[in-house]
Ligand binder design. Structure first.
Ligand SMILES: Cc1ncc(COP(=O)(O)O)c(C=O)c1O
Length: 401
């Protein structure tokens, strides 16, 4: 492996103090009711990989499979659709509870709103969710993407009627381009990351992700399981902060699962921020196969949640995301088959390797993993770049050492 697994641990005696009430159960239930009004809504599978748990010496491995979300192959649409719902509700002076899907996409609402253009920047999945929602509303969308974006991801966004602009820039620069255009033209920026002065819409996006966390919690209850560990991948940190905040609220105090954040070595801004104890920005050119996690500037709100509620921050090599894709795609007898893309499989790959490799026992102990551990993962995307998926899973690109 070209680079190693790096870990930073935050040991604290008192629970976090940052206000995470915006990620509580009641808010999650209201938002889930909004999403449940979508005809394509259905909880995604929460897979219990019992055979693998036995083989790796833990009690349970639970994986939420977001490749089944709205036919869009990733969880991200939950955030964009809820935020756009809130924007529309605010513009019309209505309560979102009065705007279920059918009414939201109706001609009545289209006429009241007039013509609106939503703008965003994306590594792929968020932009597809925004473009999809704009398309449902018969509105316009413009989506900026960074250099090197996979053709399939570009085409999927264009297929929703969006104008896609692939810049010669990294992700964070694409965000600035989207913001500049929105400011200049009076378009609505629906960005899944926050900075000083732009925090409302990103908060709604984070809240939208709670529908997925609530589904997990409902499944845990039905299975009568209490999670001991939650592993979450981070790009700008909106996803892991939303899910971490939700579970910190659902399991307060000592019941909170141990929360571990995973990022690629190439661009690990949350890990570096945790080490420095302040927001660290990574600029310039970087490359990782985990396109959805290729972000250099943490969401300001999400970072505060993670600093206060996450226990471990891991920076990991691309090879481990590839390993996770192969293990999930080739299950042991009796376990479900999960098609997981690079960003989806990263935390799972890291942990599966730590459990399987005796040379990594120190990390296993640092993460407090043992035979009674109940591990939760989110496979946040399926094969959103099918060529890249096959290069790895069929042709063995990025082999483990
Ligand atoms: C598939 C996938 N997983 C995880 C993430 C990380 O989410 P965030 O940037 O909110 O941390 C992304 C972001 O685009 C993604 O596309």
């Amino acid at each position: 492996m070209k680079q190693d697994i790096k870990i930073h641990q935050r040991h604290r005696d008192t629970p976090g103090s940052y206000d995470i009430s915006f990620l509580d159960l009641h808010t999650a239930q209201d938002i889930a009711a909004f999403h449940a009004s979508f005809p394509m809504y259905k909880p995604t599978p929460f897979r219990q990989l019992a055979a693998l748990a036995g083989a790796l010496g833990v009690q349970d491995i639970l994986v939420k499979d977001e490749s089944h979300r709205f036919g869009l192959n990733a969880f991200k649409v939950l955030g964009g659709s809820y935020a756009i719902g809130r924007v529309v509700a605010n513009k019309l002076g209505e309560d979102l509870t009065k705007l279920p899907f059918e009414r939201l996409i109706s001609d009545e609402i289209r006429q009241k709103l007039g013509s609106v253009t939503f703008v965003t920047a994306t590594d792929g999945n968020h932009g597809r969710g925004v473009a999809w929602t704009a398309n449902q509303l018969k509105q316009h969308s413009i989506v900026f993407m960074p250099r090197g974006s996979a053709q399939e991801r570009v085409r999927n966004i264009e297929a929703e009627g969006a104008q896609v602009i692939v810049g010669d820039c990294n992700y964070d620069e694409a965000v600035r381009m989207a913001n500049n255009l929105a400011q200049e033209k009076g378009y609505i920026l629906v960005q899944d990351t926050a900075w000083e002065g732009y925090e409302d819409i990103p908060r709604w996006i984070m809240q939208g992700y709670m529908t997925m966390a609530l589904e997990m919690e409902d499944s845990l209850k039905a299975m009568k399981k209490k999670p001991t560990h939650l592993f979450l991948q981070a790009g700008v940190g909106s996803l892991p902060a939303a899910v971490a905040g939700f579970f910190a609220n659902a399991y307060p105090g000592k019941d909170k699962p141990i929360i571990t954040i995973v990022e690629p070595n190439a661009v690990d801004c949350i890990y570096r921020s945790a080490v420095a104890d302040e927001r660290v920005l990574i600029g310039g050119e970087y490359f990782t196969i985990m396109a959805g996690l290729a972000c250099g500037e943490p969401n300001t709100v999400a970072l505060k949640v993670l600093m206060d509620y996450a226990d471990n921050f891991i920076s990991a090599p691309d090879e481990l995301a590839a390993y996770g894709m192969r293990v999930l795609g080739n299950p042991l007898p009796g376990d479900a088959h999960i098609i997981s893309g690079e960003s989806g499989a990263a935390p799972f790959g890291v942990v599966a390797k730590i459990l399987a490799d005796p040379k990594l026992t120190a990390l296993k102990e640092a993460l407090k993993l043992h035979k009674d551990s109940v591990l939760m993962f989110i496979s946040t995307e399926g094969d959103t770049d099918r060529q890249g998926y096959r290069d790895i899973v069929w042709d063995g690109k990025y082999p483990s050492a």
